[in-house]
Design a protein around this ligand. Structure first.
Ligand code: ATP
Ligand code: MG
Length: 234
């Protein structure tokens, strides 16, 4: 699958003003690529990831196509099905449910769509992979920030997604866990998973096939992969 994002703009309406946080963003991600998104705080990085998954609706005229399939004009129910099958999302603010254990949180995206024992086995393996084997039966309020972040990573992988959208996935991790997450992402990417990652981590930035930089919602022109990419339509 190829992801084509074109002329993507987003304006938030608040009581006081209209705030345009993304302006005419365009890029393509080929099958198996790793795209890094950088830019200062408030430049629209999280908003961009949320728009690509369809969880935030961008402005009219924006397009997000997976191959020839336009996500943005598709019915909400079909978008949800697409997300469940193909997208994993690591949230900057974790978004775990406090009433459930870490194990249940990890299984949740596919309950009731897959057999419980299969899900439990997969979730357990993922939690061990991110170093949370001994925290599976805790609830999120009993976890540290870094542990919550890793629980969010395990949950994002439960559906074995073709697209893994990562919003600062190592922001709260110590060096050991950060290295573990980098290794995991590299392994996934080598296995064909598309990685779209927002990061401030200098080392993480070196792993991608292409980088886009946002500044006040605008896409800065960069040298390198994007400039040579015949698919790039911006
Ligand atoms: N729901 C909303 N309503 C109004 N404004 C919003 C909303 N969500 C985000 N914003 C504003 O949009 C801008 C971009 O936010 P966004 O979260 O995408 O930035 P970011 O680049 O991810 O920043 P950070 O690096 O701090 O995570 C910010 O100025 C933010 O205040
Ligand atoms: Mg953000």
């Amino acid at each position: 699958m190829i992801l084509h994002v074109s002329h993507l703009s987003k304006t938030y309406q608040t009581a006081a003003e209209e705030l345009q946080v993304l302006q005419e963003i365009s890029f393509s991600v080929r099958s198996g690529e790793w795209l890094t998104i950088i830019g200062p705080s408030g430049s629209g990085k999280s908003t961009l990831l949320h728009c690509i998954s369809g969880m935030t609706k961008p402005d009219k005229g924006s397009s997000v196509k997976y191959d020839d399939w336009e996500l943005l004009t598709t019915k909400e129910e079909e978008q949800q099905t697409f997300r469940r099958k193909h997208i994993g999302f690591i949230y900057q603010d974790y978004r775990l449910f406090d009433q459930f254990t870490v194990l249940t949180n990890t299984m949740l995206p596919l309950v009731p769509y897959e057999a419980k024992d299969v899900l439990k086995e997969r979730a357990t393996a993922l939690l061990k992979q991110v170093g949370l084997g001994d925290r599976m039966h805790h609830v999120p309020s009993q976890l540290s920030g870094g542990e919550k972040q890793r629980a969010g990573i395990a949950r994002a992988l439960i559906n074995q997604p073709a697209y893994l959208l990562c919003d600062e996935p190592t922001g709260n991790l110590d060096e050991k866990n950060r290295d573990r997450v980098i290794e995991l992402l590299k392994e996934l990417n080598n296995g064909g998973t598309n990685i779209l990652i927002v990061t401030h981590d200098k080392e993480m930035m070196t792993h991608g096939h292409q980088t886009i930089e946002l500044s006040y919602g605008k896409q800065l022109q960069r040298d390198g992969a994007k400039g040579n990419d015949p698919l790039y339509s911006g």
